[in-house]
Design a protein around this ligand. Structure first.
Ligand SMILES: Cc1cc2nc3c(=O)[nH]c(=O)nc-3n(C[C@H](O)[C@H](O)[C@H](O)COP(=O)(O)O)c2cc1C
Length: 284
């Protein structure tokens, strides 16, 4: 009996989370004034889903998923090959009808994993099906190393009529830090009330010292997709620690075909208290 009750409660919660339309608990007056917000996402391996759920819960917003008709359910290499081909040929996959109608909303939080520096192909499909004129779109994404900036540039080209607001991106390896960052992000954007910490500007870039080079190497050392050397760095104080913005260059590729093309990049690194340095994003 107890387990039946729990199942019923969970089922009700799920229905609330995925149903579309104005929140039932808001009065008619409140509902007509508040912007209607939808959190819509594509996620293959659930990282982006976790961010979408956090945002929807914090906002009390509707939540919907973009689902390809043919799932990317092969292994990693199969997904890489299929995804690369779809993006190169702009042959985006068919998707199932999305459960919420974007026309009913003022603000759409659009979430996706970064694939090859841009949003995953099912999101291209969805963008080709909808009219985002007059809508505010808040991009959010998860990635191995980075891609918020490049994907937002593509979003601006793909959905020129949308009003694209500042976005949020997080490394898959840092999902633990996401709820706190989402809290700050939603407050900074004015989507929820509460105080947030406005970060100071970075200092000027200067050549890296030995100590700063060690911080860079500690942050990127274990990441297989990076083989780089820091040249200059800027820093700023953040809550509980320091943030560094390194300008780095790729070291010789040694014939490794899996490494990205050699070039210059910006690497953001956080050092919180006594914890080991972690990189938070790379912009190539
Ligand atoms: C086909 C494919 C391409 C990817 N390309 C990139 C990339 O260009 N840059 C990056 O930082 N991460 C890349 N990733 C890593 C994903 O962005 C990361 O694992 C993401 O968190 C997956 O989100 P999901 O769990 O919501 O599907 C790629 C992953 C796949 C499967």
């Amino acid at each position: 009996m107890k387990s039946l009750k729990i199942t019923l409660v969970l089922a009700t919660m799920t229905l609330v989370a995925v149903s579309c339309g104005p929140r039932q608990e808001a009065s008619k007056d409140e509902a007509s004034k508040a912007p209607k917000m939808l959190v819509l996402y594509y996620s293959q391996t659930s990282n982006t889903k976790a961010v979408a759920q956090e945002i929807a819960t914090r906002l009390g917003a509707d939540l919907a998923e973009i689902v390809p008709v043919e799932l990317y359910d092969g292994d990693f290499q199969a997904t890489i090959e299929r995804g690369r081909k779809e993006l190169e040929e702009q042959a985006y996959p068919e998707i199932k009808p999305v459960s919420c109608n974007v026309a009913d909303y003022d603000v759409v939080f659009l979430g996706y994993p970064i694939w090859f520096g841009t949003f995953a192909p099912p999101v291209f499909t969805w963008l080709g099906q909808v009219d985002l004129s007059g809508k505010k779109v808040v991009p959010f994404c998860t990635f191995g190393s980075g891609g918020l900036e490049s994907s937002v540039a593509d979003l601006t080209k793909t959905a020129p009529s949308a009003d694209i607001l500042p976005g949020y991106g997080v490394r898959a390896a840092r999902l633990d830090a996401m709820p706190k960052e989402i809290d700050q992000f939603l407050k900074a954007g004015g989507f929820i009330e509460g105080e947030y910490t406005k970060l100071e500007e970075f200092s000027e870039q200067h050549p890296v010292s030995e100590e700063e080079a060690a911080i860079f190497n500690a942050a990127v050392g274990d990441y297989p997709m990076m083989h780089a050397q820091a040249k200059t760095v800027a820093s700023r104080v953040i809550p509980e620690g320091m943030e560094y913005l390194f300008v780095a260059v790729d070291l010789p590729r040694d014939g490794n075909p899996n490494l990205p093309p050699a070039g210059e990049m910006k690497v953001y690194v956080s050092v919180i208290g006594e914890e080991a340095p972690v990189f938070t994003k790379v912009i190539r």
